[in-house]
Design a protein around this ligand. Sequence first.
Ligand code: FAD
Length: 433
Amino acid sequence: RTAIFWFRRDLRLHDNAGLYEALKQFDAVVPVFVFDTDILEKLPRYDRRVDFIAQAVSHLDTQLRELGSALHIEVGSPVSILPALASRYGAAAVFANTDYEPEALARDAHIERQLVQQGISLQRFKDQVIFEKSEVVKDDGTPYTVFTPYSRKWKAHCNAFFLKPYPTVQYAQCLAGRDKLQLTTVKPDVAVLGFKPTDMVFTPPSVSRTCLSDYGAQRDFPAADATSRLGVHLRFGTGSIRALAQQAAGLSDVFLNELIWRDFFQMLIWHFPKTVEHAFKPAYDAIVWRNNAADFERWKQGQTGYPLVDAGMRELQATGFMHNRVRMVVASFLCKHLLIDWRWGERYFAEHLLDYELAANVGNWQWAAGCGADAAPYFRVFNPSLQAQKFDPESRYIRKWVPEYGSASYPAPMVDHAQARARCLAVYQQAVK
Ligand code: FAD
């Protein structure tokens, strides 16, 4: 009996929930990956994530070949490709892991309707989070909107059962043999796909125990390189959230909490999909943003005259990564100092972050703008100069990204902190009075 396993944002063999279920139930599982042109066509050619995905897919194919199988790779719209492939292979079912983003849910519902007409089922499994949907809710069944009680319930709920790995490779004999596959000539190569190659070299993730044990003390210092850098691996599933949570449990409660924030935001977007476009707190949709395009450009280019903000924006542009503390500072600066709509910033991050994740990005932007569930109170306005003194006291991070800092060529601050703060409070008060 044949089934298809459709890899999406779970680009690994080991500890892959949906793949494990497919291999347990079927004796010929065809591994499939589709370079989704519905997504790729909207991306600028310099998008760095395409290179990451291409390399991860290539790695996956190599691993499958070592097991006697291979990855069936296609380029096109999954909406037409999956139903066609399922019938070509005579598959009884298509297996995948759940993607909780509203657009992905709509796409999958569409594909499921077509498959069902062909008498084929689409089976989806929880893989990307520890707890999904309504697994951690209040006693009355309603979703939490405040993090601390959510995290308490999350921890009370979590036990070895939820963290144990799926031993996928034990069932490797149920992968369809290479001779049974109708492989295409598509190469998982960024240039062939029409995108610009990067200097990235894909390596499967690992996190050191030292990193975790130091995390609580060091994670706020951008020069320290003390965070895991696993965001991109969690985004594309090249690392397993269960393995990471297992490692964190008992070693670093601070780190575990960050993983719980990730589940928290995923849970929120599931229950409140309208927050993709709207403030969680409706009154904040009435803020009269200045939305000055020239100011926005200076922020994007790292030319605000606030060195921590500029360092962060330049790091993002150059690498696709920005340290969390600095993300908080640049986001607050955009919304509060410049009074630019959080959605503008959210979209800019969405284009550039390698670890971009709709739920986390929207949730954190709304946190910074003060309009999200459990957000920072709006009247708490980060002082970007004090943040730099506190978290980059020797300006090591700043000098790395803003080498001209301190020279005449570095711009003066584009707004005065005290004036910008007062302007922000007046505008916010008007909206939420
Ligand atoms: P670590 O500090 O090592 O944390 C480990 C993992 O925990 C991260 O990889 C991530 O999966 C999760 N995590 C940590 N902090 C958060 C958080 N605040 N919210 C949700 N998950 C968290 N994170 C994203 O994964 N995608 C985004 O698009 C994203 N956008 C952000 C936008 C803003 C304005 C801010 C302030 C934060 C954003 N974050 C986002 C959260 C956080 O900054 C990144 O997860 C983190 O910097 C990634 O680096 P790391 O892997 O070294 O994290």
